[in-house]
Design a protein around this ligand. Structure first.
Ligand code: CMC
Length: 477
């Protein structure tokens, strides 16, 4: 049972105001056209305009492709083709989107080289230090910090939508005692679509508002119910007197007491972790939410795709894997051997290290490391912290990691904090999912209101057999 209790929490404030979302306007498109005269030489600029002038070596034709925001539109490449009538034009080939922007977004900014992360322009360090999670959730969606009135209404709305339909009890009870809580969360979030069929009216702002409130409010309840199911404990219903994080901790840990009192250090630590996880621009799960949402399915179905993506060990599931890795290492003296295994490829990856975007220290990891110190002051030093520190020390000085710019990411230390609060290892990614929910929802809505977006449908390069005649290999059917 998570040891998160001890002291009375401040009461959640409440009040109201409706939400608004801004529409993105259709941007200009200029076609790439073959040019007969030599190109003008792509006007000098800071990347916000001009052209990319290219010569197709196959045909010697020249093309002038507009550049905007340091980008060319991949559809412009389609116009570059040979005289072969079967040639449908060039495509860009970019497995795993290494260098492809799939959208314009105003939500989160990352500078991976400098280790900068900002939500709507606000540095993550300032938000983690001063903001509440629900304030950040509002900010991510609306682009501005809430006024007092907006905040109180938002907190009120979230607080009063924390209950789930009683049928959810039966639904969750159907899972086996050892079901992974991410599998339960994923299917439960998808299951919400069956309770709220009108959520399919995604272009009705009122419906979007209520769906977003429901997802933010009910995710902690479902997560806590999953936890209690696995533990064989009775479900604890939401307590509307408590703040978002304290209510979650109450649903997790409350036993016979009439009101759960969360330890303020744990409650604030969890709130900061939720803030740090709240969004991370076009990561695997946000991309999944956008891709699935682009079919105009309801938000519960779209967001469940995000939960599924997050489950993977290369994404949010890494926090669970870090702890399993540390447990496997077992002792600080085994760290050099483990690192050797990582480098030679015989021992798997160093989980919690490396990032597609950050090529310096993940700014979230810095905050998490400091937070770990505060939590360990309360619970005593985690025995595995020593192993983690030694892994980090060796990795940061070893050429294998240095040359590949592999630094600790947000997941390296979060597991240690969660474990020190006595959360079971397979529950760690659920905590990540609760934190990421506002980001998924903001990304989903931004995608929906972006008039440039269409159903996500990448191209492929077909490498299979040419046409052949069907001849069955079966002797009987
Ligand atoms: N341990 C050892 N080697 C690594 C690691 C690692 N954790 N990460 C990358 N590398 C190596 C990789 O083998 C490759 O080496 P080489 O050039 O010799 O082939 C090089 O670094 C580049 O790796 P990559 O796989 O091309 O990088 P990527 O951008 O596709 O992958 C990543 C990013 C996060 C999936 C990867 O670094 C990784 O698997 N890390 C461990 C899992 C992890 O901690 N995930 C959480 C990410 S942060 C939370 C979140 O936002 O999800």
């Amino acid at each position: 049972m998570p040891k998160t209790g001890t002291k009375a929490p401040p009461a959640a404030s409440r009040k109201a105001s409706p939400s608004k979302s801004d529409k993105t306007s259709k941007s200009d498109k200029k076609p790439a056209a073959p040019v007969t005269s030599p190109p003008s030489g792509g006007s000098a600029n800071n990347g916000s305009g001009g052209t990319l002038d290219v010569v197709d070596g196959r045909t010697r034709k020249e093309y002038s492709i507009p550049v905007a925001d340091c980008a060319i539109r991949a559809t412009e490449l389609k116009k570059i083709k040979t005289d072969n009538p079967d040639d449908t034009g060039l495509v860009s080939y970019d497995p795993a989107f290494l260098n492809t922007a799939s959208c314009k977004s105003a939500i989160t900014y990352i500078d991976g080289d400098k280790g900068i992360l900002r939500y709507r322009g606000y540095p993550i360090e300032q938000l983690a230090e001063n903001a509440t999670f629900l304030e950040v959730a509002w900010l991510l969606r609306h682009g501005e910090l809430p006024t007092q009135q907006e905040y109180e209404q938002f907190v009120h709305d979230i607080t009063f939508h924390t209950y789930v339909h009683e049928n959810f009890r039966k639904f969750l009870e159907g899972f086996r005692y050892d079901a992974h809580p991410m599998a339960m969360l994923n299917s439960s979030i998808a299951g919400l679509a069956s309770f709220y069929p009108s959520a399919r009216n995604i272009f009705d702002e009122t419906e979007r508002n209520i769906s977003i409130v429901r997802l933010l409010a009910k995710t902690p309840t479902i997560a806590a119910f999953s936890y209690r199911h696995v533990k064989g404990l009775p479900f604890v219903y939401p307590d509307n007197r408590l703040s978002y994080v304290e209510n979650f901790l109450s649903m997790i840990a409350r036993m016979s007491e009439s009101k759960y009192e969360a330890n303020p250090v744990f409650a604030r630590a969890l709130e900061i972790l939720f803030i740090l996880h709240a969004d991370h621009e076009q990561n695997c799960s946000a991309n999944a939410v956008r891709a699935v949402g682009s079919s105009h399915v309801d938000p519960f179905s779209a967001v469940s795709a995000g939960v599924a993506a997050l489950f993977g060990p290369l994404h949010g599931g890494a926090n669970e894997q870090v702890l399993r890795m540390i447990t496997e290492i077992g002792n600080v003296k085994n760290v050099p051997k483990f690192i050797e295994g990582v480098k030679t490829g015989t021992g798997g990856r160093l989980m919690g290290f490396g990032h597609r975007v950050y090529k310096s220290y993940d700014p979230r990891a810095k905050i998490v490391k400091r937070l770990a110190d505060e939590v360990f002051k309360v619970v005593g030093v985690d025995k595995d912290l020593e192993i983690a520190l030694e892994l980090e020390r060796i990795a940061l000085s070893d050429d294998y990691f240095v040359s590949r710019k592999l630094y600790p990411n947000v997941d390296f230390y979060t597991g240690l904090i969660y474990r020190s609060m006595a959360f079971p290892t397979d529950f760690f990614t659920v905590l990540f999912a609760i934190g990421r929910m506002p980001g998924w929802l903001a990304q989903w809505e931004e995608m929906l209101l972006d008039r440039e977006q269409k159903i996500a449908r990448p191209r492929q390069i077909y490498i299979g057999p040419k046409e052949r005649q069907y001849r069955s290999k079966l002797s009987a059917k």
